[in-house]
Design a binder for this molecule. Sequence first.
Ligand SMILES: NC(=O)C1=CN([C@@H]2O[C@H](COP(=O)(O)OP(=O)(O)OC[C@H]3O[C@@H](n4cnc5c(N)ncnc54)[C@H](OP(=O)(O)O)[C@@H]3O)[C@@H](O)[C@H]2O)C=CC1
Ligand SMILES: Nc1nc(=O)c2c([nH]1)NC[C@@H]1CN(c3ccc(C(=O)N[C@@H](CCC(=O)O)C(=O)O)cc3)C=[N+]21
Ligand SMILES: [Mg+2]
Length: 290
Amino acid sequence: MTVILDGKALANKMQANLANEVADWKSKGYRIPKLVVILIGEDSASKVYVKNKEKSAQKIGFHSVVRRLDESVSEAELLDIIAEYNQDETVDGILVQLPLPKHIDEENVLLAIDPKKDVDGFHPLNVGKLFVGDPDMHPCTPFGIITLLKEHNIELVGKKVVIIGRSNIVGKPLMHMMLNEDATVTITHSKTKNLKEETLTADVLVAAIGQAEFITSDYVKDGAVVIDVGMNRNSDGKLVGDVDFADVLPKVSAITPVPGGVGPMTITMLMEQTMYQGRKHCGEESHDNK
Ligand SMILES: NC(=O)C1=CN([C@@H]2O[C@H](COP(=O)(O)OP(=O)(O)OC[C@H]3O[C@@H](n4cnc5c(N)ncnc54)[C@H](OP(=O)(O)O)[C@@H]3O)[C@@H](O)[C@H]2O)C=CC1
Ligand SMILES: Nc1nc(=O)c2c([nH]1)NC[C@@H]1CN(c3ccc(C(=O)N[C@@H](CCC(=O)O)C(=O)O)cc3)C=[N+]21
Ligand SMILES: [Mg+2]
């Protein structure tokens, strides 16, 4: 029997738990966590993610601020705005939506965010902590994938995990998290020779490519677990993953759908990490309910 790894269901459950915790804090007069999302320009895909994040934050009861900046904002202005939120003690999490306009250096921006407020886990300090096996703030998409697999008791110890895609926001951090779970990890990319030879060895196959329905059943070993990170529009404008779901389904033991798989988990981990910071700063010593 094939298990559909329902990210939406787990996201709803985890977000309901967070909402209960926030309601409890409210009743005690504690300060409520605040998440600031900085969105630059008019990229419509980015706006959808930002809207989903805002919806979840409001449902949980967090203070949620979306700071929209014009495409033409300078790097210096953006760094000043980040510094302002770093200093603001009522702000627990700061996220700058990627990708950035070309005139802004991504590394400078990620370095500017206080690592303690870096709910995306993209600051080099947090990246380094993950690399040495002592993570603090995690990148949300890979963290969501690990959380979903654990919820379904899918064993990772000693398993062969093959990741397609080596981005800093998905593939590379997931490689480290899988290593920290004692999996044996292979990472592949556009220069990989004989990709299929690699993917056919996978007990757990993760597609983070950005190409609609690229992975068909001939890439997948019988009984594998398939995780689809992709968010693509197909020719009819429908949201589809990097995996051809219907083609692969009969072959796998478990699979994530798109939508309703990894996406909602990404947002939930963002909320969890905002709460994680909030738990340190919204307790009895800081119950001024700002
Ligand atoms: N669900 C969620 O929460 C999230 C979804 N996404 C989605 O996941 C997908 C990947 O995102 P992201 O990691 O940012 O993507 P990037 O575009 O940064 O990276 C894509 C990776 O796929 C590799 N690749 C591209 N084509 C091929 C190919 N034909 N064969 C093998 N490897 C290939 C690239 O190789 P190379 O390095 O050689 O170029 C690269 O490493 C996108 O669809 C994105 O929208 C992203 C983040 C969160
Ligand atoms: N600093 C930064 N952090 C990010 O985490 C980040 C980013 N920049 N840039 C863009 C990518 C992409 N990403 C998604 C998050 C949720 C959904 C999501 O909610 N998907 C829903 C449905 C989407 C819809 O409403 O159609 C689903 O899969 O069910 C998708 C994609 C976060 N990213
Ligand atoms: Mg990218």
